[in-house]
Design a protein around this ligand. Structure first.
Ligand code: GLC
Length: 559
């Protein structure tokens, strides 16, 4: 394999086994990052071609959302083969080359593992369908007889996470359980063959040089489906304290203890981060070093741009990290939520019934890009820059989502016919779905698909992408891209112990803290300017004049 000489921006690959504790991890959604062959889908060679961009940005690691063979019924989270690459995205050799290039540029690689369910195209599920009831092949999944005359009713009235029933009937009359889309049958984690196969997958990628894993819905794998099964109402009333039949069960950590032994058999040990939507008091179980070692903290995804909320979230999560001994993670956006520049530009906190931010205002969809009166795109962008400097100043690791370094907004104006997300189809149409944050990136202000690739883009890109394109921002010191580059560079220099001391600047809408060696972070969540403490301003999200930080802005100082 040929590995080109790394660009001037390359850092050395950190050899420290705890490289992950305060890493900046950049999430790549492969289908929407860069398309090398013009088929409209981003691919692995496309990512490789952009490694210099990632190096210049200054990230420590990338996390790749699934790139495995998949019918793309759920954006690749429906995996047909865990130990291969989707032919539309490349080959295993392409992955080897990507890993080599990233490592040569000092960037580590985290891949996504989806253990709760496979695709219905997975060889195991096809075998289960063919083998019939009572077979060993069906034991790898969750098959049950139905209820009612002829078993024509589902075993229970449970709803799937994406909407609609959680059971699907197969030709011979049995039903299988799927927490998510009908094309994502849940695996049976009580089955030793299932457990052994995932160990094989973890070793497969670790042997190829992958440095860590992001574990999809890590709190859902193990289940207690002993009869009689509870109703949906009974299920909803059960405490989630480790004993719930479907969620956050204590016994899931037996799986992760086995994985931990695998991770630790490598040098440096492979890392893992749990996507676990659990009660905060249960997060340390996933983050403990006996289990996955780190767990996402998603609190900022649900918070308003509000000083009190941000301060409380930081305090709570640092306390949880102290309990587990892990470092915490800060996440403003990912492939499942409305981009934060847009969330922060909405007139008031728009919330769906479950409390998650939504793009729906009553019955009206909110449009992005500043074209609709309801969204203040400029304000959203200003607050997003301030939030980025706040988060990047914190102890712990920061997970960035592709495009946030461009200040990108959610794309709401996708025609219904072009939508792909199963949450849109299964709701049906009530939830707009997650396509709006998955639109292919604008690399250039002009040209085919804004430089994403020589063909089209698999989700339509709006005209306003021109303003956000990489080549527009490159070299402009006032751009959001320059802000992120500068921040990551400085953070590398300044980041030391995982410590924070709160500072009181006498204003409820201002949050300030000091890190070791005089690194001070001030965020003004309000609209009135605030006087900064005396010191050297290293970086700010908006111009600082005579030591005054404007509203909705952050500054880093050396005090
Ligand atoms: C996780 C992923 C999401 C996916 C779901 C089912 O929440 O982040 O994108 O749809 O799991 O795999």
């Amino acid at each position: 394999m040929t590995t080109a000489a790394p660009s001037v921006h390359a850092r050395e690959l950190s050899a420290a086994p705890d490289w992950w504790r305060q890493a900046v991890v950049y999430q790549v959604y492969p289908r929407s990052f860069a398309d090398s062959n013009g088929d409209g889908l981003g691919d692995i060679p496309g990512i490789t071609s952009r490694v210099p961009y990632l190096a210049e940005l200054g990230v420590d690691a990338i996390w790749l959302s699934p790139f495995y063979p998949s019918a793309l019924a759920d954006g690749g989270y429906d995996v047909a083969d865990y130990r291969d690459v989707d032919p539309r995205l490349g080959t295993l050799a392409d992955m080897d080359e990507l890993i080599a290039q990233l490592h040569a540029h000092g960037i580590r690689v985290v891949v996504d593992i989806v253990p709760n369910h496979t695709s219905n195209d997975h060889a195991w599920f096809q075998e289960a369908l063919a083998a019939g009831r009572g077979s060993a092949a069906r034991e790898r999944y969750i098959f049950r007889e139905g209820t009612g005359p002829d078993g024509a009713e589902p075993p229970t009235d449970w709803q799937s996470v994406f909407g609609g029933p959680a059971w699907e009937r197969v030709a011979d009359g049995q039903w299988y359980f799927h927490n998510f889309d009908v094309s994502q049958p849940d695996l049976n984690w009580a089955n030793p063959e299932v457990r052994a196969d995932f160990v094989k997958t973890l070793r497969f990628w670790s042997d190829r040089g992958v440095d860590g894993f992001r574990i999809d819905v890590a709190h859902m794998l193990t289940k207690d489906l002993s009869e009689p099964l509870p109703s949906a109402a009974e299920l909803a009333a059960m405490p989630q304290d480790g004993t719930h039949p479907l969620l956050d069960r204590d016994d899931v950590h037996e799986v992760y203890a086995e994985w931990r032994a695998v991770f630790n058999s490598y040098d440096p040990p492979r890392t893992a981060v749990a996507e676990a939507w659990v009660h905060p008091s249960r997060v340390p179980l996933y983050a403990s070093i006996e289990s996955l070692g780190q767990s996402f903290n998603f609190d900022l995804l649900e918070a308003d741009f509000d000083a009190g909320q941000f301060r409380r979230i930081v305090a709570d999560n640092l306390a949880l990290a102290a309990q587990s001994g892990s470092s915490t993670t800060w996440v403003l956006s990912n492939h499942d939520v409305v981009r934060h520049a847009t969330r922060y530009g909405l007139p008031d906190a728009e919330r769906a019934a479950d409390g998650r931010p939504t793009l729906k205002h009553g019955n009206e969809w909110l449009l992005s890009g500043g074209t609709a009166p309801v969204l203040d795109a400029e304000r959203g962008g200003r607050r997003a820059r301030a939030a980025a400097l706040f988060v990047l100043g914190l102890p712990g690791s920061a997970y960035l989502y592709q495009g946030e370094e461009l200040g990108l907004h959610e794309v709401a104006e996708i025609p219904d016919a072009a939508r792909q997300d199963p949450t849109y189809f299964r709701s049906p149409g009530v939830d707009i779905g997650r396509d709006g944050c998955r639109v292919p990136l604008p690399w250039s202000a002009s040209g085919t698909a804004f430089g994403f690739g020589g063909g089209g883009a698999h989700l339509p890109q709006p005209e306003w992408f021109t303003t956000y394109a990489v080549d527009r921002q490159d070299g402009d010191p006032a751009s959001t891209l320059s802000l992120y580059r500068h921040a990551l560079d400085l953070r590398h220099e300044l980041q030391t112990a995982e410590e924070l001391e709160w500072l009181d600047l006498g204003r409820d809408d201002v949050v300030a803290f000091a890190r070791p060696d005089g690194w001070t972070v001030v965020t003004n969540f309000g609209t009135e300017p605030v006087q900064l403490p005396a010191g050297e301003v290293l970086l700010s999200s908006a111009p600082v004049e005579s030591g005054t930080l404007p509203g909705e802005a952050s500054a880093w100082l050396r005090v």
